[in-house]
Design a protein around this ligand. Structure first.
Ligand code: SF4
Ligand code: SF4
Length: 101
């Protein structure tokens, strides 16, 4: 059987999540993020989990829906920001389950 997808949203919709809501596997330091002006995480997370409050400009992060790609960890570190103070894979049986590759 061949399945055709038209967008990345179609592919992401195939994934399943068993997220540990009480124990985030990624933790950001809001004070460091407040001082970060470039904020590459906003545009590099494929799941759009980093957002910016339009009113006060504060950074928000939600680990639910994380694809565990590591991009945010990489861009934050490469830019020397150090706002991500914890990045680990979710514990066994938690996290994303990829389907169709
Ligand atoms: S690991 Fe990937 S999907 Fe998860 S928050 Fe970071 S950039 Fe987004
Ligand atoms: S790049 Fe790092 S320090 Fe800057 S806003 Fe994103 S998580 Fe925070």
């Amino acid at each position: 059987m061949t399945t055709k997808y038209t967008s990345i949203e179609d592919l992401l919709a195939c994934d399943r999540f068993h997220t540990d809501e009480k124990h985030p596997h990624i933790v950001v330091d809001s004070r460091r993020c407040a001082a970060c002006t470039s904020r590459p995480c906003l545009t590099s997370c494929p799941a759009h989990l980093y957002t910016q409050d339009l009113q006060d400009g504060s950074l928000h992060f939600d680990h639910l829906g994380c694809l565990e790609c590591g991009t945010c960890r990489f861009v934050c570190a490469v830019m020397g920001k150090q706002g991500i103070i914890q990045w680990s894979y979710p514990k066994r049986t938690s996290g994303v389950q990829y389907r169709y590759g």
